[in-house]
Design a binder for this molecule. Sequence first.
Ligand code: ADP
Ligand code: ZN
Length: 294
Amino acid sequence: MSDQLRIGAIEAGGTKMVLAIGTIAGEIVEKEVLPTEEPEKVLPKIIEWFRERKISALGVGAFGPTGVNPHLPSYGKILATPKPGWVGFDFLQTLIDGLHVPIGFDTDVNAACLGEATYGAAKGLEDVVYLTVGTGIGAGVLINGKLLHGMLHPEAGHIPVEKELNDKLESVCPYHDSCLEGLASGPAIQKRWGLSANELTEKDEVWELESSYLAKALAIYVLTYSPQRIILGGGVMNQKQLFPLIQKKLLEILNGYISTPEIQDINKYVVEAGCRGNQGILGALALGVRSLEQ
Ligand code: ADP
Ligand code: ZN
């Protein structure tokens, strides 16, 4: 495939749509950001932007929940979201009808996982977990080089975690009293300590507790998905002091039971994102590239 091809990418978030044109090698040559208005307003703008730029393929990483299984009628649709106008919207078909190019479609976190596995901190690896710790917590999972879908898509941010004894927080997740997102997301940190997470850098007990929850979750991902590497992104992970704490606690929980060369090199096993905030849009680009290969 020629590296001269222009591939389109959309990182479709709840508040903004990032559009980009890039090359197969992962170079972003142009970028645009639009607010996520109702589909009837924003989709014509997106389609026009890409039409003018004559793309050969497009990749989309979409906010969820969304249909990602190509064999189901829900494929490419936005499912139960509080965003006005988006419930049931056929995002993928609207783009196909407007652009007539091959399109790869997946969740935003699966896209970020693929971005890291193609261009970032897990380049060349086939088994990768990408976890974003931000307003919400979500995981993208690559297994045997393929993004994991299943009946819906993994919702590994909502796994139950055992509450720490001294933690009095009432979970911020409306569904679960004791799930990872409910106890360890940015809003959970803010509710527990009364300050936003970025104002708590100096308070060691915040990060001790946060790393305990994240390590419990990572242990479950190691034991179930068996990734070769775990990448941690999202706003909360700007607190770099979390990394050594999580690495240590993860090893303590596993207690020698999993002792692969990858795990033994723990500093290279649990790592920060290599795409420096661009993993979502680069992953969408990689989805576009993959759509040409199929
Ligand atoms: P979103 O999850 O909304 O896509 P982010 O990944 O940026 O966006 O996550 C936002 C969350 O991350 C907020 O709860 C915010 O408090 C938290 N956050 C952002 N920057 C920092 C920081 N430097 N340190 C700790 N937490 C941060
Ligand atoms: Zn939950």
